[in-house]
Design a protein around this ligand. Structure first.
Ligand SMILES: [Zn+2]
Length: 380
């Protein structure tokens, strides 16, 4: 099956549902992608992904190229085999991760000079290398290497990031075309940068549209600028994107951010938030978040969420036991709470799809806004 996105409800503005077809199967959107940066989900087996409601998984080309290396992944039969997952896979080019490695002063016109995350020493991560690495790894969807500015409000910094993002996008669009574009079995998405600056978001989106991509991501909105600025960057980007192409918001995964982004027409997401927060003892529930380390749970005999049908809640391990286990640094509590949180986020996506189809999305949005108000810290 070739790459194809079909909207089933909705249009350019507002929440929408669709089906993303890939060579490894279909994904119902809006969808959330569990994150396997280095080829493994943290504490979660690939056999659990479908029962939890996941249909597509994300890996990171930069980290996989560093360890175990592209040749090793190929020797194991490609990225799907390496992941132990036969469904759709998207890889990030590593742009965001490269920048979070504090390489901002090492970006140049041809790429970014970055420390090798395993061996140390500096390597040049270029648009050509990011493209070729993903072509060799074999995900269903590859992402362009882009430039994510550290300060989304700094005009000069954001303008330079957009200039380089467009220049690099051109190089990668040409390489994609030369491989046969999506007919090669791999789609390529462009990434809109531009911080919170209206004209730069427009310039970046327009430049990417001229180059032509199989889908579009909105980048640079999850760099610690807060919910409101994130939604501003999103609004400034989505308005320029063609309705028939899939839209991906990178690195976003709190319940409030997910539902507000879907309300603005985003189709797919990825984020380490559900599993990372679970590892630190924060459980996501329909009533809001629970910090299981709080003393109020010391003698609590209920499971993580008594109303939740997930494997972790059905295990009936009580909150009080999880709290004691977290304190004793046991392995099981982070796994159980991560599993539950991933189920919660995937269930939220499923409920959004149903609500959009039925036309009562706003009721679900109100419920999430009440349980996860903006400005409230999700980790303590
Ligand atoms: Zn659960």
């Amino acid at each position: 099956m070739a790459f194809h996105f079909k909207l089933t409800k909705g249009a350019a503005k507002g929440p929408r549902t669709g089906t993303l077809n890939t060579p490894h199967g279909a994904v119902s959107t809006p969808a959330f992608m569990p994150v396997a940066t280095r080829g493994m989900l943290r504490g979660i087996s690939p056999t659990q992904i479908r029962p939890l409601g996941g249909e597509i998984v994300l890996g990171n080309a930069f980290h996989l190229a560093a360890r175990p290396g592209v040749e090793t992944v190929r020797a194991i039969g490609g990225l799907h085999n390496f992941l132990g997952w036969d469904g759709p896979v998207l890889t990030d080019s590593g742009g965001f991760q490269v920048f979070s490695l504090k390489a901002a002063d090492r970006i140049h016109d041809a790429g970014v000079r970055v420390e090798h995350p395993v061996q140390g020493g500096l390597i040049d991560w270029t648009p050509e290398l990011a493209f070729q690495t993903q072509a060799a790894l074999g995900p269903d969807i590859a992402m362009v290497l882009d430039v994510c500015p550290a300060n989304p409000k700094n005009q000069d910094e954001v303008a330079l990031a957009v200039k380089r993002t467009l220049s690099w996008a051109g190089i990668q669009a040409n390489l994609h075309e030369a491989r046969g574009a999506a007919d090669s079995g791999q789609a390529l998405f462009g990434i809109v940068q531009g911080g919170t600056l209206s004209d730069l978001r427009e310039e970046c989106a327009a430049g990417l549209l001229r180059l032509g991509f199989d889908g579009f991501a909105v980048g640079g909105v999850s760099v610690g600028e807060g919910h409101e600025a994130m939604m501003t960057g999103l609004d400034l980007s989505v308005r320029w994107l063609p309705p028939e192409k899939i839209r991906y918001l990178m690195g976003v995964g709190t319940p409030l951010d997910l539902i507000e982004a879907v309300a603005r027409g985003i189709d797919i997401f990825d984020c380490v938030f559900p599993t990372r927060s679970g590892r630190f003892g924060t459980a996501l529930t329909w009533g809001g978040r629970l910090n299981l380390l709080n003393s109020q749970f010391k003698e609590d005999a209920a499971p993580i969420d008594p109303d939740c049908p997930c494997e972790a809640c059905r295990s009936t391990v009580p909150r009080g036991a999880l709290r004691a286990g977290f304190q004793a640094k046991e392995l099981l509590p982070p796994i159980l709470v991560s599993t539950h949180n991933l189920h919660f986020v995937l269930d939220l996506m499923s409920r959004m799809r149903i609500a959009i189809a039925k036309g009562d999305f706003e009721a679900l949005r109100t419920q999430i806004r009440a349980a996860y108000p903006a400005g409230k810290r999700l980790l303590s």
